[in-house]
Design a protein around this ligand. Structure first.
Ligand code: SF4
Ligand code: MG
Length: 337
């Protein structure tokens, strides 16, 4: 079946004082109905910018989409007029961010904010809409939801506020939910509860979820499909058991090797030697070369394309040596650790 949301060769640039910065470079992925796709990468890898470009929000005004498409229900979200895109974003595709406090309106009760969606988009009366808002809060696990509709955002704890934001995002029954680091600001226990909630909600719907995270443990736990980004590019992608169980890219291998096999949740991406490249001065050839223990001469001159391995399967890797690297010594996370 056709993907729910298909991003192809998305390229995003920013004008900076130091020159043009290509934050996202030919990124492609496909989200399928009822699946969770995780975009994993360090800060600055382009993972947030790629989804911001799709939804029409770019972090910084001088940013622009240079190329690529994002197909949703036969429409290219990049190419359609802003007005048409606005009809889709927020209802059929909805967003959850890291910082619920700044995403919610501080001067309105949470009930009113959710109810407004039903009044505007579904033409409901205020009373019915408030009832639906309470139902939504209840559904995302907020205790005494019927009373809490009258509370303001600041009266909720960080975790509960994130639930409010998820309730808002789900209110209109979106086909796609895009969550950008939705649990990063929360403590580990609450993080786990929010992720469970997202999984639970998805179980009784066909909704597709795009989750953006820098947390390998989170990715390993809930991703059906994984897209790993480095320096604005996808360096490895495919079904999670394949990508984490038998990583072919030295970066993915490094991440897994340096990660404690138990208790991974809540960890930053583990440190591998070296630092991410300056995006304004990318190394020639492969952007991972300065940190790569396997680099050969070719890596300095030629950029490796993202391609399927000769061994088959739907996984893709951007590395000249992907077909030949011995991956057997890498600890396996297949089947979820
Ligand atoms: Fe390392 Fe070369 Fe592969 Fe890049 S292309 S990851 S430098 S081996
Ligand atoms: Mg981000």
């Amino acid at each position: 079946t056709a993907p729910l949301l298909e991003v192809t060769d998305l390229t995003v640039e920013f004008d900076t004082q130091g020159g043009t910065l290509r934050a996202v470079d030919e990124v492609s992925w496909a989200l399928h109905r009822g699946k969770t796709l995780v975009v994993l990468g360090e800060s600055g890898s382009g993972k947030s910018v790629s989804t911001q470009a799709i939804t029409g929000i770019l972090d910084t005004p001088p940013g622009r989409v240079r190329a690529g498409s994002a197909l949703f229900d036969g429409q290219d979200l990049i190419a359609i007029p802003e007005k048409q895109r606005r009809r889709i974003i927020g209802s059929r595709i909805s967003l959850v961010f890291q910082d619920a406090l700044s995403a919610l309106n501080p001067v309105h009760t949470v009930g009113r904010q959710i109810a407004e969606l039903y009044q505007v988009h579904r033409g409901m009366s205020r009373k019915d809409a408030m009832r639906r808002a309470a139902d939504m809060l209840d559904r995302v696990g907020i205790p005494t939801a019927r009373a809490r509709v009258r509370d303001y955002p600041h009266e909720f704890s960080g975790g509960m506020r994130q639930r409010v934001m998820i309730a808002m995002a789900l209110a209109l029954g979106p086909e796609v939910l895009i969550a950008d680091e939705p649990t990063t600001a929360l403590d580990v226990t609450v993080q786990a509860q929010i992720l469970e909630l997202l999984e639970e909600i998805q179980q009784d719907s066909d909704m597709g979820v795009v989750l953006i995270t820098h947390d390998l443990g989170v990715a390993a736990e809930i991703a059906d499909d994984l897209v790993i980004m480095y320096a604005g590019r996808v360096i490895e992608s495919g079904p999670t058991p394949l990508v984490l169980g038998d990583p072919a890219h030295p970066y993915t291998q490094g991440l897994l090797r340096s990660m404690p096999s138990s208790e991974m949740k809540g960890l930053e991406l583990p440190a591998i030697p070296g630092t991410p490249p300056n995006m304004l001065r990318l190394p020639t050839g492969c952007p991972f070369r300065p940190r790569c223990p396997k680099a050969i001469d070719l890596c300095a001159t030629e950029r490796p394309a993202l391609r399927a391995l000769s061994s088959g399967g739907p996984r893709k890797t951007a590395c000249h040596l992907a077909d030949t690297l011995d991956t057997t010594e890498t600890p396996s996370l297949a089947g979820g650790a």
